[in-house]
Design a protein around this ligand. Structure first.
Ligand SMILES: Cc1cc2nc3c(=O)[nH]c(=O)nc-3n(C[C@H](O)[C@H](O)[C@H](O)COP(=O)(O)OP(=O)(O)OC[C@H]3O[C@@H](n4cnc5c(N)ncnc54)[C@H](O)[C@@H]3O)c2cc1C
Length: 478
């Protein structure tokens, strides 16, 4: 019997697994895909929001502002790529200024640190490429950028090293009350747990309906993006937003943690599990972004992608124990700023579970520190030392991002090793750059095959079934 079963391996599920692992207990995370962080957590704007958007006195506002603070510490402890860039909401006229003043008041009530309204001179100093018609902006110095999938996987890795378990390729199909606990039936069999947490992202309504009366449902809302090459780095230095509308925060332009520029998203109702991009969606993104930064070079686009917001149509997140089914908890309807809020939501659920009787005894095997070797960011001396210690650091596999075989070997030796090309990209950035695995893909595939001892034709690009190699030609694949 598990103490806690978490359904869903996105940033919310992984943050909770990490938080629970601080204390002794049997914790299991169940994920239907072949890797963690491959739902909404892998496809979003990757912004650590400051917290002026959510309505004051909502749980969302509290989670956002606390999450922003926690993430900075977590990223430092777990060596996750993160940078505090600050963000701007840019205004062009008196209507925008009114909206910006409202956001400023919201932010003050929510406890956002350092928030202020700046005028055009300071604005253009911060962002020289902004449209010169801009008149003012809300400046939030506490906003930042992050690798969201790394935040999830780093926490899951630490939890697993501390004794927690993660079951991948394991889809939850039903949940039944069973005495004091629950039986969770999955594609891999039954699991029993005292408490069950639903963190199933866009499927959280389906998972809730397995055991609760249906009170809310998720309308997935797609958001599409451009990623521009690192040649465009410096186009903006902060996260640049337009004034928000009823559709959401609008099309942003921001640096990514890997030195690219991200532009998007739009917002429209979409099908569950459909991550396709559309020409209409991308056109919308282009048209709106050019209004703010007219010199954006969309010809430098290296990738488009889309992500799905888990929109429950409510003002707030659904976080806490079910009133109807004691012992069953929801972390649901986690649209933006869910990435920023995840560590704070995890603390809240852990607090509630401890109140409900979960042991608070600390786990001696749990380590809150992690150190990752990143060749690209090493000094010449550090590079020399790394190669001397492990000659695999002398072989570059991904030339765009300067990722060495040594980093891939280390990645493979950590808990939850990647079993697809994109999972490798999410763990150590191999394939994240300009060629998007075009050149290093075959080498990366053969390294996954070598380190995990699986056949090349059994390694998908991302989700199961997306195979790249179908079989041997002319005497075998090496
Ligand atoms: C376009 C867009 C932009 C965004 N930008 C930002 C941003 O800049 N900053 C920010 O803070 N937030 C942002 N967000 C929100 C943020 O990305 C999400 O709130 C967050 O990633 C949600 O994490 P999650 O763990 O709840 O869901 P997910 O990451 O979707 O994880 C849920 C997991 O559950 C699994 N699952 C589903 N059903 C089952 C089942 N039956 N059995 C087992 N497993 C199952 C899924 O496979 C998935 O891995 C954005 C969202 C979108 C879509």
């Amino acid at each position: 019997m598990e103490d806690v079963i978490i359904i869903g391996g996105g940033v919310c599920g992984c943050s909770l697994l990490y938080e629970l692992s601080r204390t002794k207990g049997k914790f299991l995370l169940i994920e239907k895909e072949n890797d963690i962080a491959c739902g909404t957590t892998k496809a979003n704007s990757a912004i650590v929001h400051a917290g002026y958007d959510p309505e004051p006195d909502t749980a969302m506002a509290r989670f956002n502002v606390e999450g922003n603070r926690l993430i900075e510490q977590l990223c430092s402890d777990l060596d996750v790529l993160y940078k505090k860039t600050g963000s701007l909401v840019v205004g062009f006229d008196s209507e925008d200024r009114k909206r910006i003043e409202q956001l400023f008041e919201n932010g003050k009530k929510n406890g956002v640190p350092g928030l202020r309204i700046i005028e055009s001179k300071e604005l253009f100093n911060l962002e020289p490429n902004l449209n010169r018609e801009a008149v003012c902006a809300l400046y939030a110095p506490s906003a930042g950028i992050i690798a969201p999938w790394e935040l999830a996987s780093a926490q899951a890795e630490c939890a697993v090293l501390g004794g927690a378990r993660v079951e991948l390729d394991c889809e939850v199909r039903s949940i039944k009350k069973n005495g004091n606990g629950f039986t969770v039936t999955t594609s891999k069999g039954d699991y029993e747990g005292l408490f069950v947490i639903n963190a199933a992202g866009v499927n959280s309504d389906l998972v809730s309906a397995m055991i609760e009366q249906k009170r809310w449902s998720i309308t997935p809302k797609s958001g599409e993006y451009f990623i521009l090459d690192t040649t465009e780095s410096g186009l903006v230095n902060t996260v640049v937003f337009p004034c928000p509308s009823k559709l959401g925060k609008g099309v942003l332009i921001a640096p990514t943690i890997h030195g690219n520029i991200i532009v998007g998203p739009d917002s429209k109702d979409f099908k569950r599990d459909d991550f396709s991009t559309t020409s209409a969606g991308l056109e919308y993104v282009k048209k709106n972004a050019i209004r703010y930064v007219p010199s954006i070079n969309f010809r430098a686009s290296i990738r488009n992608f889309s992500g799905l917001r888990a929109d429950a149509g409510l003002k707030d997140f659904i976080v806490g124990e079910s009133e109807e089914i004691p012992g069953f908890f929801n972390i649901a309807g986690i649209k933006s700023p869910g990435l920023t809020s995840a560590p704070s939501i995890a603390k809240e659920i852990a607090r509630q579970l401890h109140k409900r009787g979960l042991s608070g005894e600390s786990n001696p095997d749990f380590k809150t520190k992690r150190k990752i070797k990143r060749f690209k960011y090493m000094s010449a001396k550090e590079k020399y030392e790394a190669i001397k210690e492990n000659p695999l650091y002398g072989t570059i596999v991904c030339r765009c991002e300067t990722i060495t075989e040594g980093e891939i070997a280390d990645t493979m030796a950590r808990p939850l090793p990647p079993r697809s090309l994109d999972a490798l990209k999410r763990r150590c950035s191999a394939g994240m750059g300009r060629c998007q695995s075009g050149f290093c893909g075959p080498r990366a595939l053969s390294l996954i095959s070598k380190y995990l001892n699986i056949k090349l034709e059994n390694i998908p690009k991302d989700r199961n079934g997306m195979y790249i190699i179908t079989g041997e030609t002319k005497g075998g694949v090496q």
